[in-house]
Design a protein around this ligand. Structure first.
Ligand code: SF4
Length: 322
């Protein structure tokens, strides 16, 4: 196996539900519930699932933008979950995020130059001249020009703004970029351009990506391996082609059956997922998917399926070997 960059073990995030006059804890939302995976250097791990499945919370936990309830996050043999504030600041140079809505994540009152310089100032990197030089370099890397540096976010299109978001993430020369729905807010034609840009810069700077999205077509385009989340749990994870050609979990099969295929001669049957996504504050017993699964058996209602490793294809389902 190539070298590991990141390892996540038993990660949990439970948000308390409080209520009443005294604001007492009345329950908890299990946003991320015992998630484990690893990311190898230079690869792209896609994480997919419906909104509310915990994929974005997982991304934020990895950077410790929010604190985990339990579990371990190990980046280059160092445990992020146990780092002091100063150690964490250092590691945040190496891990950067790209967000879904570039407009909301770029300060509208700052010029592009100020936006791109900011991470360098926060981390005390470079002189003023060096910072300005890097701003110009990164603008060119993402397909913009140095004259864009003096402009403001509202003067750009959505696709250009996401290029600025990517340039900002690159400023500190990170090793890992966590991209949370980076193209979902963009028109389909622009999505492909931004994805291709991300692929190009991955090669150029030897980057590792965690690519979070709800769109399986988009994830397939960029990922080496893909994990599928449902109600806070990772229910399947495999090499990209393997997952798309040979899905094992009924939820993954249903999601994939709904993805349109470009060949009009090929017909496939859509598997409908019945019912609403249950509340993570009150997840179903046993297998969390059992209330919607067309293959549900008695054991599924009472016993949570273990994760099985079938030659690198991980699946958490009682029907794993069928
Ligand atoms: Fe369906 Fe049972 Fe598998 Fe859950 S464990 S996905 S309910 S077959």
């Amino acid at each position: 196996m190539s070298e590991l960059l990141l390892e996540v073990k038993g990660l949990k995030k439970y948000f308390p539900i409080t209520g009443g006059l005294l604001g007492r804890k009345q329950g908890e939302v299990k946003a991320v519930d015992d998630v484990s995976f690893y990311v190898k250097k230079g690869e792209t791990l896609g994480i997919v699932g419906e909104s509310g499945c915990g994929k974005s919370t997982t991304g934020r936990l990895l950077m410790r933008l929010i604190e985990a309830s339990d579990g371990r996050i190990i980046f280059e043999d160092k445990e992020i979950t146990k780092m002091s504030k100063s150690e964490l600041r250092r590691v945040r140079r190496d891990i950067q995020m790209v967000f879904q809505d570039p407009y909301a994540s770029l300060n509208p009152r700052h010029s592009v130059e100020q936006i791109l310089e900011e991470p360098l100032i926060v981390h005390g990197i470079g002189s003023k001249e060096e910072r300005k030089k890097r701003v110009k370099e990164m603008l060119e890397v993402v397909g913009l020009s140095s004259y864009h540096a003096k402009r403001y976010p509202h003067q750009f299109s959505g696709g250009q703004r996401q290029r600025i978001g990517i340039a900002r993430a690159l400023m500190t020369k990170p090793k890992l970029i966590i991209a949370d729905e980076p193209v979902s807010a963009l028109d389909v034609s622009i999505q492909a351009q931004v994805l291709n840009l991300m692929k190009d810069i991955q090669k150029e700077f030897n980057l590792t990506y965690i690519f979070i999205a709800h769109d399986l077509g988009v994830v397939r385009h960029i990922s080496d391996r893909v994990g599928v989340m449902y109600l806070g749990r990772l229910i399947e994870l495999a090499d990209c082609e393997e997952l798309y050609e040979n899905p094992k979990h009924p939820y993954t099969k249903a999601l994939l059956s709904a993805v349109p295929i470009p060949d009009p001669d090929l017909k496939k049957q859509t598997i409908l997922i019945e019912g609403e996504l249950p509340s993570p504050a009150n997840p179903p017993s046993g297998c969390a998917f059992h209330t919607r699964c067309t293959e549900c058996m008695d054991i599924c209602k009472t016993t949570r399926p273990e994760e099985h490793n079938l030659n690198g294809h991980y699946v958490a389902c009682h029907l794993y070997n069928k």
